[in-house]
Design a binder for this molecule. Structure first.
Ligand code: ADE
Length: 229
């Protein structure tokens, strides 16, 4: 998969992809991420990319021309399956949407700043708008990093154990069960006996029960979705 990201703060998008699973995905050639500095497409000596909003009001708006120039340049190299604008008024990101996006080949992400981007970009270029939650961040860079991480780890071959993403929280609308590692006892706090029994069918059953119980307590809304399927 190839992901292009348009931003006015490319430096914010260096570190998230240089470590751990995202680095591995790129080293294995399963994911390429290219970050594009919108300022290179800005107007005049100051490479302006934002301006006052028509109608008045505080806050700047990202201008249509630099964004179109950048998007159209990238479109001359690739056909994008989705052009995604990260915005708090977008569709809320969840595992289902992440799974769908992990099946695409080329994605273009646009990070907004200030008051957002000129609406004409949303009308004429953007195919999908995504929010990572009901709170407002200062820009779309961290949401873009979240989205790339959530998608990247699902690409076949990225995770060591091929099946492990399938057992993540939310893949089956259940939260993950508790996990433990050595020592088996610490300050008198015991690891549940069943996990050391070697009886794998029983362990699976226990994990499922725990996942169900945890979901009932913390996220009963997810169980409702299970009933609706
Ligand atoms: N930009 C600012 N806040 C955001 C959010 N919650 N989700 C996606 N993009 C954003």
């Amino acid at each position: 998969m190839h992901i292009d990201i348009i931003t006015v703060h490319p430096e914010l998008l260096v570190s998230p992809f240089e470590h751990s699973i995202m680095k591995r995905a790129q080293d294995k050639g399963l994911l390429t991420v290219q970050v594009h500095d919108l300022r290179a497409f800005g107007h005049g000596r100051h490479q302006q990319v934002d301006d006052y909003q028509f109608g008045g009001g505080a806050g700047m708006v990202m201008m249509v021309e630099p964004l179109v120039a950048c998007i159209e340049k990238l479109q001359s190299f690739r056909r994008f399956d989705e052009i995604i604008y990260l915005t708090p008024d977008g569709k809320r990101l969840n595992q289902g949407l992440t799974n769908q996006l992990s099946l695409k080949r080329n994605l273009l992400l646009i990070c907004g700043h200030y008051k957002g981007i000129d609406e004409r970009i949303r009308e004429h270029f953007v195919t999908l708008e995504i929010s990572i939650g009901d709170y407002v961040l200062s820009g779309g860079e961290l949401p873009a990093a979240v989205l790339v991480d959530a998608i990247g780890r699902l690409l076949p071959g990225v995770l060591g154990d091929e099946t492990s993403a399938l057992f993540d929280s939310f893949q089956d609308n259940l939260l993950a069960p508790p996990v433990y590692t050595r020592p088996a006892e610490f300050r008198g706090w015991q690891v549940p006996e069943i996990l050391m029994s070697g009886n794998f069918p029983k362990i699976e059953e226990w994990r499922h029960e725990q996942a169900y119980q945890r979901t009932t307590e913390r996220r009963p809304d997810l169980l409702q979705k299970l009933d609706d399927q």
